[in-house]
Design a protein around this ligand. Structure first.
Ligand SMILES: C[S@@+](CC[C@H](N)C(=O)[O-])C[C@H]1O[C@@H](n2cnc3c(N)ncnc32)[C@H](O)[C@@H]1O
Length: 297
């Protein structure tokens, strides 16, 4: 097959490095107990035949529309058009990440919700390589974006209209900025109870939390943000607050729910909807996003 339009690096990878990996280095590493896989983003793999593309688009669009309806977020007029538009965009994303951030499904959901809400201001906490900043910018070209991460050296995409800060978002002075229509994306491995309280305190009402997991599945996450929204909502605020305990990589974790904290977090929430993980529909890695709308003060 001809390989027109490929960069020299990509041609070298395909002709030289990939055969070497498959035949020699990969098997050697496997014998030593390591998996050596190419660091390409998952969206580099996709269906080619029209019928399969149409099925993927239709399934993802129907699920997005259903999720947005339950979340009480205005559904897109043309959900299939939105998914097709996103498919076209993501293939040219400047951030080609395989690990450490959102994949295709999470990015599509962030794109759909940001497009639907069309917020004038976006706060992003947890940037890493800048993939979700890119997604948010694609969805909302006019929005003022504030992106926070203590470590900004991994950025692969730096958005010219975004204010980047390495301090915590809760210490930033937003006076003079109207946050009432803002969208916040928290993907920073910080307690979601804490982030909810901070958002409420400065008038942010629309929030996307990444890495929301129920208590019985929180062991699946490294460096977890806990309590998560699911953990907060599952607690009976009038009952006994039993500790939640789990182990990951040999380290024990415990969350001791505090009745007052649970009560005030639960009372702030008008709508919380954990979005479908979309894996079954697209074949891409499961998303873990929850949309929360806080009550108007
Ligand atoms: C999972 S990554 C973010 C991935 C990104 N949103 C994406 O999907 O591509 C989590 C990031 O949170 C950052 N982080 C840790 N503590 C933070 C804090 N207090 N405020 C903001 N970001 C923080 C880490 O440095 C890391 O880059």
């Amino acid at each position: 097959m001809r390989q027109r339009g490929l960069s020299v690096a990509e041609r070298t990878r395909r002709r030289l490095i990939e055969p070497l990996r498959r035949r020699m280095i990969g098997p050697l590493m496997a014998r030593l107990g390591y998996d050596l896989t190419p660091a390409v983003p998952e969206w580099a793999h996709h269906p080619l035949s029209k019928r399969e593309v149409d099925r993927l688009v239709a399934g993802a669009a129907a699920q997005l529309a259903a999720d947005l309806a339950v979340a009480e977020v205005c559904a897109p007029a043309d959900p299939e058009g939105l998914v097709r538009d996103f498919l076209g965009r993501i293939r040219s994303s400047p951030v080609r990440q395989k690990h450490g951030g959102n994949g295709f499904n999470g990015a599509l959901q962030i794109y759909a919700i940001a497009r639907a809400l069309d917020p004038p201001v976006i706060v992003e906490s947890g940037v890493f390589r800048g993939f979700t900043t890119w997604v948010l910018r694609e969805a909302c070209p006019e929005a003022k974006i504030y992106s926070f991460d203590p470590v900004l050296k991994h950025l692969r995409y730096r958005d010219p209209g975004t204010t980047y800060r390495s301090d915590d978002w809760s210490s930033f002075d937003f006076s003079g900025v109207d946050l009432s229509g803002a969208l916040a994306l928290f993907d920073d491995h910080i307690s979601q109870e804490r982030r909810l309280g901070e958002a409420a305190a400065c008038g942010v009402r629309h929030i996307l939390f990444d890495d929301d997991a129920p208590a019985h599945a929180i062991h699946g996450q490294g460096g977890p943000a806990y309590p998560t929204i699911s953990m907060i909502l599952a607690e009976n605020r009038d009952g006994d607050c039993e500790p939640v305990r789990w182990v990951r990589n040999g380290r024990e974790f415990v969350w001791r729910p505090d009745r007052e904290g649970i009560r005030s977090a639960q009372e702030r929430i008008a709508v919380a909807h954990r979005l479908d993980d979309m894996h079954r529909l697209t074949g891409y890695s499961p998303a873990r996003l929850t949309y929360v709308r806080l009550k108007t003060p």
